[in-house]
Design a binder for this molecule. Structure first.
Ligand SMILES: [Zn+2]
Ligand SMILES: [Zn+2]
Length: 568
């Protein structure tokens, strides 16, 4: 996918730089820079991979934005999912630009910023879908899309150099649960006006046909709720307000009451109700504490934990550690979501445990309790034929999904050279007749661990990996101010061998260190770094030979003052 070399006298400079969201599902963030004016599209987080030990979340590297701080005009948010807004609490203290989003997106963001004490400093603006906002040289228009959260929009950024469309996450749902659904008319108009570049969702590019309508889930839920003889305990994504509305509807339909459980579910439920995205009669809603006052076939409990998260309400229920509820054999547990790739093990453990408690468990898409929020191949094609972009950048997908999306686009007649499979950080420049890859900017992941943002880097991570694999072996040497050994060497270990049964090994290791030290003393070597390196190398080799393990070896040299030596 090469580009033509462009002639120089170009005045307009339209650059697009993905800072996240390419080759991954998560931390979506795209920068559009027109003649030195920057608009940021989304600022999401990613969840850590298994090998990122102890890392809570991952956010995009914003070095490029920090270097171009004064050029940033605004941040536009497409919808309220974590992979699109989750990085903002960490980024806003560094780049405080005005933020635009639809009502629910801003509502969810506001609640998030309050948690971080940032609500006062943030400049938040609500935009209506289809509204056009003028910022600098940009005219930015949003268009309604369908997704698994209400108030989702895509954006068209109109610049003198050409129009850029960001579809963000979308599907085409002709029978949406709420709202008017995708605005085909606007999309067609945008296409007619001309689209220079489109950045489009690739999540389901491997799947043929169309994604099912959310409406179907509602029908299935009604059947399940009616048929169940005992309580219904149902878990779904807290942000999937359409799904929650359908659960409310099925609750009413089956003459039951609804209790809401789990912190994030309660939070989103309240926000959605307050902002008018969720309709439920106060007579339907009961407290979790009240569940026991109703007969089992009159109750639905809505909860979190579809991904098997160990601390979630569903996982606690499955392991009988929930504070307020206990599974009984007449319960029907419905998991109205699919495991996100990587979470399969945790989910199946939860399902196994629920079965062990005697519950009936309904899960997986095959039962019709879940549909994807992303469009399949036919929908991706439909989007392309509406927009008819000159250049396509497949985004929001693992590498193979980007490739599948590119193949579809090629079949649709988009020039192969105009389909850009790039990396996070790639700087692309477009003009009305040409596009090219210029260079790249830093765009790795920044790790957030507890309160630390970015202080856990590759070195820390490598240490954690070593520690988690083979444990730690500590050698303590006490010397006086003339570098003479006054006590030790002493050895300690954790997570390496079971000390009580390995005394001989530890004794030999101690001798090994003693020999190294003797050797160094004879050579009159007394600088600490050399001592530490020699001890580390020798012990490491010894332990590897004896055990086939490579624990982290930590030599510690302590110097004590002569007086102390004398007296103690
Ligand atoms: Zn989404
Ligand atoms: Zn997304």
């Amino acid at each position: 996918m090469r580009f033509k070399i462009k002639k120089k006298k170009q005045v307009d400079k339209l650059q697009i730089i993905p800072l996240g969201g390419i080759g991954e599902i998560g931390k979506n963030m795209f920068v559009v820079n027109y003649n030195g004016e920057i608009i940021i599209l989304d600022a999401g987080l990613a969840f850590p991979e298994d090998e990122m030990l102890g890392v809570d979340i991952v956010i995009p590297d914003i070095s490029y934005l920090l270097e171009n701080k004064d050029k940033i005009k605004a941040i536009f948010l497409s919808h309220g999912h974590e992979d699109h807004i989750g990085a903002l609490p960490y980024i806003l203290p560094k780049i405080n630009a005005p933020i635009y989003g639809t009502k629910l997106t801003i509502g969810l963001l506001r609640a998030k910023l309050e948690e971080f004490g940032l609500q006062r400093s943030a400049e938040l603006y609500e935009v209506r879908a289809d509204e056009e906002v003028k910022i600098g040289s940009f005219r930015i228009q949003s268009f309604t899309t369908n997704h698994s959260i209400p108030d989702s929009v895509g954006f068209v950024l109109k610049t003198p150099a050409g129009n850029v469309v960001y579809t963000s996450d979308f599907k085409f749902d002709h029978t949406p649960v709420q709202g008017k659904g995708t605005d085909f008319h606007s999309l067609a108009e945008i296409g007619k006006e001309g689209v220079l570049v489109a950045l489009a969702d690739s999540t389901n590019a491997e799947r043929s046909g169309y994604t099912c309508s959310e409406f179907k889930v509602g029908e299935t839920l009604k059947e399940i709720f009616l048929a169940a003889e005992g309580r219904i305990i149902i878990a779904t994504f807290a942000s999937n307000i359409y799904r929650i509305q359908q659960i409310v509807n099925a609750t009413n339909f089956s003459g039951r009451k609804l209790a809401v459980d789990g912190r994030s579910m309660v939070n989103v439920f309240e926000i959605a109700q307050k902002l008018g995205y969720l309709r439920i009669s106060p007579f339907t809603l009961i407290d979790v504490e009240e569940v026991k006052n109703f007969s089992d076939n009159r109750v639905v409990v809505l909860t979190t934990g579809t991904q098997g998260e160990p601390m979630s309400a569903l996982a606690r229920l499955s392991s009988s550690t929930h504070r307020k509820l206990e599974i009984v054999p007449s319960d029907t547990v419905v998991i109205a979501a699919n495991p996100i790739p990587g979470n399969e093990k945790l989910v199946s453990r939860t399902i196994d445990n629920l079965f062990r408690q005697g519950a009936k468990v309904i899960y997986e898409a095959i039962t019709g309790v879940h549909v994807s929020g992303h469009g399949n191949q036919e929908e991706l094609k439909l989007m392309l034929s509406l927009l008819r972009p000159k250049y396509l950048i497949p985004v929001h997908g693992e590498y193979r999904q980007l490739i599948h999306h590119a193949e579809l686009a090629e079949k649709m007649g988009i020039n192969k050279e105009n389909i850009l499979i790039v990396d996070n950080g790639t700087v692309m420049e477009f003009s009305s007749d040409q596009g090219k890859i210029l260079s790249s900017v830093p765009a790795g992941g920044i790790f957030v661990d507890g309160l630390g943002v970015g202080d856990v880097g590759n070195v820390v991570l490598r240490d954690r990996q070593v520690l988690s694999r083979d444990g730690i072996f500590i050698v303590v040497i006490t010397v006086d101010n003339k570098a003479r050994i006054v006590s030790g060497p002493d050895v300690f270990s954790r997570g390496f061998v079971y000390v009580k049964e390995s005394e001989e090994l530890l004794e030999e290791a101690r001798d090994n260190v003693a020999k190294v030290l003797e050797n160094l003393t004879q050579k009159k070597i007394s600088d600490w770094a050399t001592i530490k390196n020699n001890v580390r190398d020798s012990v490491s080799k010894f332990l590897w030979e004896k055990t086939g393990r490579r624990p982290m070896i930590l030599p510690i040299i302590m110097e004590i003052s002569p007086e102390k030596t004398r007296h103690g």
